[in-house]
Design a protein around this ligand. Sequence first.
Ligand code: NI
Length: 168
Amino acid sequence: MGDPRLQEIASPVDVFDTLELHVLIQDMRDTMAACSGVGLAAPQIGVGLQVVVFGMARNPRYPEAEPVPDTVLINPVLTPLGEEQEEGGEGCLSIPGMRGLVPRYKQLRYQGFDQFGGVIDLTVGDFHARVVQHECDHLQGILYPMRIRDLRKFGFTDVLLTDTASPG
Ligand code: NI
């Protein structure tokens, strides 16, 4: 947090299934795994492209969070379904050691492409929808603290008690 590259609007990917793109995605997956993250956006490793990766197996530490399939999402378009938002705990690999309570749309349609140019068009809810919104915010230069309504609900992970899993 504070790096200007995290505040920029990311550029769309023009060409799919290139060595450059596959290397970027592998780098992102390695970074995410090394940090035990649930997701990562390309600007978090200094690359200003509209590429996010996310996924989480069922985790006994977070029994409330449903598993999220391993996904590569490129040039995403998000469409909230309904006005309903829900507050939930989030962290971010770009803001280590901190968490906050962030409002997100509960139901969401997201469209985009995978790394081969295959079309992605899904409707999801709850934690899956939260992860997608968090990661795609990175492509607009938005970090989750900018969405927190009550800054008393933002603090150090060791101090603040929230029981939901953290996106990347
Ligand atoms: Ni993040």
